[in-house]
Structure formats: structure tokens, C-alpha cells
Design a protein around this ligand. Sequence first.
Ligand code: E4P
Length: 216
Amino acid sequence: MKFFLDTADVDAIRHWNETGLVDGVTTNPSLILKSGRDITEVLKEICDIVQGPVSGEVAATEYDAMLEEGRTLAKIADNICIKLPTTMDGIRACNVLTNEGEMVNMTLCFTANQALLAAKAGATFISPFIGRLDDIGLDGMELIEEIRAIYDNYVYDTEILAASIRTVNHVKDCALAGADVGTMPPSTIEQLVKHPLTDSGLEKFLADWKETGQSI
Ligand code: E4P
């Protein structure tokens, strides 16, 4: 499963990119607001750091304006992926922009039917928001499983980009369900490697090693 960083924090992206674990980045208007940066400047900087797809989201909701904003974002760098909302205008714009050779990430997906439409429109990525479904008492992971089954039935190339990941269990369950990508905040990637038995085991090994008086 590919890992995308869900942040517009350039320092964090630079840090995590050095681990070799980062395959791309996703941003959205809320993350741009949090960064306090100009969208064009910050996306350009992120695209210079990370080789993989970097999603930048349009603010327009009408088809024509979405196309215009999408084409403007695409000029920032070759690895920009245009993020569009999964509405009918977004689906239409996705069709046009992917035919022009752009990468498109259809966002705010909450149903398997929305994901089916996105695949038919040639989307590069579909972003089901699992955490937000869990927030309202539904099962986000069930949506990932449904989309996986549908995409496999028809051999759609659209990649399932599990978004709104909140926990380490989300990451594991997405991988088990066959999501192609998980986008997660840096704090979640950090937690993936942690286990108290790893820490206590290492502490004991180091103490015993010291007692041997040896060096390597
Ligand atoms: C990423 O593409 C999404 O915008 C993001 O994962 C949404 O996460 P949230 O539901 O935690 O805001």
C-alpha cells in the first residue's frame, strides 16, 4: 500500500520524505488554511520535495470554473494531482481533465456509487473518507471493501486512496481490504512503528549487551 502524507506542513513533509516511506501528498482547503501559506507557493514547494502525486484541491463548484482552476493548479508542477469534489460537476470535469492527461483525485466520496462514477470518469484516485463515516456511526471500512469489490469486478484502474484516516487500525484495515493508497497525517505514520514490547525488549537487550562488555 502506498503512503501519502495528509498535510501541507512543508517541514513535516521534508522530514518524512527522508524516511523513504512517502509516496505522495494530499492537501485540502482546511490543510492550506492550517499551513497559513499561499496555495500556489506551498504546492510548488511540496512538489519539489516529493516525487509522487501531490493533490491540490479546486475551490470552484461549477463545471467551467472547476476546469479553469484545475488547469491552473496543473501548471504548478508535473506531479500535481487535481482534487475535485465527487459531485456531478466534478465527475464531468474529471472526465475532461483526465482526457487532457492530468491526474485527478475525486474527493469527499462517501458511497460506492460515487466511486463507480469516478472510475467511469477515468479518475486517477478515489478518496473515500473513512474517518468521517465512522464519526457518524457508519462503517468507513465497509466502503473501502465495497469499492475494492466493484473496481475488481470491472478491472477499473482508478486507485482507492483511503482518506480521513484517524487511527493505526484504519491503516491496517485499509491494507487488509486492499486499498491502493492510505493518506494519513504525520502523527499516524509515527504511531505505526510504536509498540511497548519493542521499547522494553530493546531496553533489555541493550542492558544485557552492555554487561557482555563487547563491541561490534
Ligand atoms: C485527504 O485527501 C482528505 O482531505 C483528508 O484525509 C480528510 O481528513 P479529515 O476527515 O480528517 O479532515
